[in-house]
Design a protein around this ligand. Sequence first.
Ligand SMILES: C[S@@+](CC[C@H](N)C(=O)[O-])C[C@H]1O[C@@H](n2cnc3c(N)ncnc32)[C@H](O)[C@@H]1O
Length: 311
Amino acid sequence: MPRGFPFRPARFAPDWTVQTDARYQLVRLNNGICSVRSLVDAETFHPVVGPVAEAEALYVKQLQLRERLQNHAGEFVIWDVGLGAAANALAVLRATRDIVCQIRLFSFDHTLEPLEFALKHASELGYFGGYEKHLEKFIRAHRVEFSEGPQSVNWEFHHGDFPTFLSNLKLKTQNSKLAPAPHAILFDAYSPARNPAMWTLPLFTDLFRQLDPSRPCAMPTYSRSTILRTTLLLAGFFVGVGHATGEKEETTIAANDLNLLAEPLGRRWLERARRSHSAEPLVEPVYRTAPLSAASWEKLSRHPQFASPAT
Ligand SMILES: C[S@@+](CC[C@H](N)C(=O)[O-])C[C@H]1O[C@@H](n2cnc3c(N)ncnc32)[C@H](O)[C@@H]1O
């Protein structure tokens, strides 16, 4: 996860360069762990605790993946938005490989370059162990199937602009069976200041429409900002406080089922959002901050999450 939703600039890596090519760098964080940095986007993928610790805290633990998989029959569908150097995807696979399960993983990105770069530096990054051959095939064929003990994995790559992919699904110009509705989403885009197109209300509205109401789905993401939370709520999600990750004291988890949230946001949060200077969702891929409009406040205050006086 890159950082800073939203309102601090993209992080300058507290690290030093180990290896570089034209577009990506391998950087060593203060704790000695290596991470990939995009030079073009000026963002380090996992900037504080490193790829493995962050992916485990933010996604594996928070999604309660092991527990959900142990109690799940049939395919468990995961959307990995922002494949990057595949640290999140591999953390999920590694953490669940002793469980009898069928994982159907869809990774989305508009480039495979960070993964190709990271694979060249697999030994320094340290999280590819055992998956290198599968990833080489994945890069060539954009899909790979394999089994690790009791776990079977069917992994596909969707190459392209993610907002466009979603809006095409909405227009039904593609077969939505290309990517069945997820049970879990790993959402890891660059920060909104760098990459506002990945944080708009239309994008999250389109994403929410792809969920199946009868298939509980949760989506953690690294920010705890008010604007992210109002955007998710207005897109239709229920939204809760997310775990600390080592970098952030608090993150955010969204879901289409309130039962997947340990700590849903309540009315106190809603009142704070009303007073915030930065709560109005982005409707275009242009980064800016603004307080909630009257129309957004009206809709937000009627969200079913806040319907009960107990919230
Ligand atoms: C922070 S990196 C993801 C790191 C990755 N999850 C990992 O574990 O290594 C963000 C990724 O989002 C991708 N991305 C940015 N904008 C995108 C877009 N419009 N459509 C699809 N992918 C995009 C970037 O190419 C980059 O690989």
